[in-house]
Design a protein around this ligand. Sequence first.
Ligand code: GRF
Length: 209
Amino acid sequence: MANLPKIAVLVSGDGSNFEALVQASRSGVLQAEIVGVVSSRAQVPALERAARLKVPARVLNLKTFPDRDHWDQALLKTLEEWKAEWVALAGFLSLIGPRVLSAFEGKIVNIHPSLLPAFGGPGMYGTRVLEAVLAARVKETGITIHRVTGQYDEGEILAQARIPIGENENLASLSARVRAVEHEKYPRVLNDLVWGRLTKTNPSGSPKT
Ligand code: GRF
């Protein structure tokens, strides 16, 4: 797999997007190598997925480090060891520290299950986002892929996809539809990004091939 861009994935929970990225890199939809996955929590399903998919995995739980700076250093060391060039957050719940941010400036991306800036920011993660979307009774929602900064859910928006909300939508049905769109979109947008094909005139990524 020489010369393919190297991507590390950061997770904290289920890891369904992580698995979608691995499958896409194996099918060629994402022409990049997934070099490893870092989880901020032990014993999460994402780590079982990593074992099954035979992707190197490491747990770096902030609580097991003396402070955020040591954790930031350990994450940077892991990414360097794997020779990662890009970092894709997929349900990662910790803020990225300044060392990793500056080493990977502009090369860290995140996926969020709403049309940012709506339903984003501190505390807006996991099912809370979709619960808030349903409670607001909006007619459509969507997903956002954006560059990562030192703040939650900020940074340049790279792509969005819209998802209409049905009359009888509930948390389970909306979650399933949002995840399906995420799994289809994230690999394609990352592929365009790492190959320099994501432009202002092609903001949502290349069409399906
Ligand atoms: C996704 O909805 C993603 O947008 C958000 O966290 C969720 C992660 O899901 N950042 P999974 O762990 O990939 O299944």
